[in-house]
Design a protein around this ligand. Structure first.
Ligand code: SUG
Length: 448
């Protein structure tokens, strides 16, 4: 009971927009240049947090990053005031403008890879911020993510925040979206399952169409620096077919919790998976929930984001009484909703209920319920050591909803990013957030 998983959801920022920045992410490409609704996006995210809280789960959040992020443009030789740089970008290179305005840190599953203290061997929870270097708009997240994590988990006795891996193509890292921790119960020793799309050095077996974002070399480096021994980590290649079908992260086709691994038949390379099954099976009473292609075609799995559901143990950590928090798109997809009905009738497996949530604004950029959260397994002392400003209560959700309603736009078109008024508004919104949370000098603009 005292060791539990806490979900830290990305609080969706005021600049949420559809700029088609993620090659290989079908939703991002499909919705490029549409108008977004940042207010609805943030309220949908908060409603999901409220739902988990009311079901009895502990919940935290990760604040949005400062956008626009213009340091990256200054490094590229742009000069002048922030407003002048925005004007230059709007005129010369609107694509760069949308990159520095992206609200992509909302997808907290990509913030970092996390190893609980039960596994790290030094009594601390380890975090490595993901370098996200495959996509330029996400590569600018890493440094601020490191700072944010160090603010939330600000007790070095309990938490170790590593630097992101070197920003080199060999070490491309996407964080927890390509990592799962399997264990019998949260307090028992676990095995980290790292899933990578390409080796790093060896270029064989890569997807043909879309980029493989995670390298094996990166996964190995994270495992090593988190203190995991060869016995505590397994490495498995993502099926190139899945990446080419739009599963740019493994969490689009698989999700695990405790001893349960719920996955699409085409998620992993068969040969690797056979080895891993054995390695995992030797350590725990693994429960596999494979879904085959005839039952749910890969295209339906990717369109509905079935496997991007949050797979939750009961609030007290009971692994025999689990639930799925699934995107509402799953209820509308024929093969997926039929599958879920059958699943719930099967009492040999531990999932007892499915709750549908509307996170459509995020889904339209390729981010489902599981993308929006970073899972952190914490014992009671560690939970007490988390900076309370980032923990969710009913009152805090209400306060955050009021803040969103007061400051967020309900329509944002990519061309609005060039508007000088939007720049001022974005920073004022973040200023109001830090006042609400009582945070001093959290954002770079606040220390100038
Ligand atoms: O990295 N989309 C994100 C979605 C991340 C989903 N996260 C997980 N699967 N864990 C991405 O592709 C789109 C931004 C745009 O096109 O405006 C974007 O970054």
């Amino acid at each position: 009971m005292s060791i539990l998983e806490v979900n830290f959801d990305g609080l969706i920022g005021p600049t949420h927009n559809y700029s088609g920045l993620s090659f290989g992410n079908l939703a991002s490409e499909r919705n490029a240049q549409l108008r977004s609704n940042p207010k609805a996006a943030a309220l949908q995210g908060l409603a999901k947090m409220r739902q988990l809280l009311s079901l009895g789960y502990q919940q935290g959040f990760i604040p949005p990053q400062q956008r626009p992020q213009l340091d990256s443009m200054r490094q590229l030789g742009f000069t002048g005031s922030d407003q002048q740089i925005i004007q230059q970008l709007a005129k010369q290179n609107p694509r760069l403008l949308s990159m520095v305005y992206s609200a992509s840190p909302m997808w907290a599953a990509n913030a970092a890879t996390v190893t609980p203290s039960t596994d790290s061997g030094d009594g601390r929870v380890h975090f490595t911020p993901a370098n996200l270097l495959t996509t330029p708009h996400r590569a600018i997240e890493a440094e601020a993510t490191q700072h944010t994590l160090a603010t939330i988990f600000n007790d070095p006795q309990h938490f170790k925040i590593h630097a992101p891996l070197p920003a080199n193509n060999l070490f491309a890292d996407e964080g927890a979206a390509n990592h799962s921790r399997l264990c019998q119960h949260y307090g028992d020793p676990g095995v980290a399952m790292f899933v990578y799309g390409r080796d790093g050095l060896d270029s064989a077996n890569q997807p043909a169409r879309f980029p493989a974002r995670q390298t094996r070399l990166a996964s190995e480096a994270v495992a090593r620096s988190h203190g995991l021994t060869a016995q505590q980590a397994v490495f498995c290649r993502q099926h190139p077919t899945a990446i080419d079908a739009g599963a740019f992260h493994n969490d689009v086709v698989a999700v695990a919790n405790g001893p349960v691994l719920f996955f699409h038949q085409l998620a992993f390379v068969d040969k690797d998976f056979e080895t891993i099954k054995q390695q995992l099976g030797n350590k725990l009473n693994l429960q596999l929930l494979p879904v085959n292609h005839q039952e749910v075609p890969l295209e339906d799995a990717i369109k509905s984001y079935l496997f991007n559901s949050q797979l939750l143990a009961a609030p007290d950590g009971d692994m025999t009484n689990m639930r799925l928090i699934a995107p509402s798109e799953c209820a509308q997809n024929k093969s997926v909703s039929a599958y879920l009905e059958r699943l719930l009738q099967d009492h040999q497996q531990p999932i007892r209920s499915v709750d549908f949530v509307d996170v459509r604004q995020s889904m339209s950029n390729g981010g489902g319920p599981a993308c929006l959260r970073l899972r952190v397994v914490l014992n009671a002392q560690q939970r007490a050591a988390v900076n309370p400003a980032f923990l969710i209560t009913e009152d805090r959700i209400t306060a955050l909803e009021d803040w969103v309603k007061q400051h967020y736009r309900d329509q944002l078109a990519p061309e609005d990013l060039a508007d000088p008024a939007f720049y001022t508004e974005s920073l004022e919104t973040l200023e109001a957030l830090t006042q609400l949370l009582n945070l001093k000098n959290f954002y770079p603009f606040q220390s100038h």
